[in-house]
Design a protein around this ligand. Structure first.
Ligand code: ZN
Ligand code: ZN
Length: 370
């Protein structure tokens, strides 16, 4: 009997191991202002340019990491594998799409216009024929992308190989911006992020993007099994279709997840933290001199709140950790009769690692009421 139990235990652990291996990570955020929060990586490569993996693996990686949307954006002008992999510029999208349709992932057709600085590298998404972007004059490549209705953004604007001293916004970039060709900018790419790009994005109302630009396998680069993620563009959209995603990007409805940080415009991060952390009274733990609330994290991202001088003055002095998908209790001691007489008390906390500007963390109001 004992032998059988051991055998069953071994079999069970093998099955569990197998399930974990093939599992899709839960990586969820509740809806924000009636929009879904979709997870996208809009800049990846495959063997069809200078990447090391087949396009369908990009879909598989995205599925496992819990992403909803990817774009495989091969370099138009740089194809070192061409002698061995000789499909045209549209081929990797076609291969990825076949797999993506089965997996429920949206693949956006796109290419990387790959020019020396200026203007540097740009991704053109939602194009209809990537082959037509292969033209000698870079300006003509932009015009063609635009004729095809592309959404175009500046890739890795602070990349040292192209901007060795400091990231500069050059006359060519101004021209692309003025003509409406440049609508977005990567503030994070691969393992770096660019504060100057964040300033440019805010000053010029560009869409914020954060992408992996992955060439190898995702699991070689990021410890996804430990909850770490590639840079991700969060898109606030009604659904995951090409039309809706295109519209959301044009409307600047994005935020960026990079290395544990959430970076975005206050107008999106404020409603996002509200839907992520639900705050409700917890009457059974409240007394005459204490109000207790339950803080519920409805996302798969850990959240940490820090007291501000305002909350410290009101009596909330310690940081509050609210791990993903969990509830914690937080009490406010009412110091005097005046406080006890008030129907509710609002304290301001800062949300650790959520940035609305380079050095500004998001603040959140917590209202204590019975
Ligand atoms: Zn590039
Ligand atoms: Zn790239």
């Amino acid at each position: 009997m004992k032998k059988y139990n051991i055998l069953i235990a071994i079999m069970l652990s093998a099955i569990q191991g197998m399930t974990q291996e093939g599992a899709r990570q839960s990586f969820h955020f509740p809806d924000v202002n009636g929009y879904q929060v979709l997870k996208a990586d809009l800049h990846t490569h495959s063997v069809f340019s200078d990447g090391m993996v087949w396009p369908s693996l990009r879909v598989e990686e995205a599925w496992r990491e819990g992403l909803d949307i990817i774009a495989i954006t091969e370099h138009i002008e740089y194809r070192p594998n061409k002698a061995d992999v000789n499909g045209d510029h549209n081929r990797s999208f076609a291969i990825a799409k076949e797999q993506a349709d089965k997996a429920g992932i949206l693949v956006i057709p796109g290419s990387e216009i790959t020019r020396k600085m200026p203007p540097g590298h740009f991704n053109a998404l939602f194009i209809t024929d990537a082959n037509k972007l292969e033209v000698p004059d870079w300006k003509e490549a932009f015009r063609e992308a635009r004729r095809q209705g592309a959404f175009i953004f500046w890739n890795h604007p602070g990349w040292k190989a192209q901007q060795p001293d400091s990231a500069r916004w050059m006359p060519e970039h101004q021209m692309l911006f003025d003509s409406g060709y440049m609508e977005g900018i990567e503030i994070a790419n691969y393992e770096e992020w660019y504060p100057s790009a964040l300033r440019w994005a805010f000053n010029r109302n560009l869409t914020l993007l954060g992408n992996s630009d992955i060439h190898g396998a995702i699991y070689q680069q990021y410890e996804v099994h430990k909850g770490k993620h590639r840079p991700i563009t969060l898109i606030f959209a009604k659904n995951s279709t090409l039309t809706e995603i295109h519209e959301a990007l044009k409307q600047r409805r994005t935020a960026v997840l990079f290395d544990g940080m959430v970076i975005g415009r206050e107008e999106w991060l404020t409603p996002m933290i509200k839907s992520t952390i639900e705050v409700n009274p917890y009457p059974s733990a409240s007394t005459e001199s204490r109000i207790t609330m339950v803080l519920e994290n409805k996302s798969d991202l850990d959240v940490m709140l820090y007291p501000t001088p305002q909350s410290i003055a009101k009596g909330v002095i310690y940081p509050v950790a609210i791990p993903a998908r969990s509830k914690v209790l937080l009490s406010l001691r009412l110091k005097d009769d005046e406080m006890k007489a008030m129907p509710s008390h609002t304290v301001q906390m800062t949300v650790k690692d959520w940035y609305t500007k380079e050095n500004t963390t998001l603040t959140m109001d917590l209202t204590f009421k019975r």
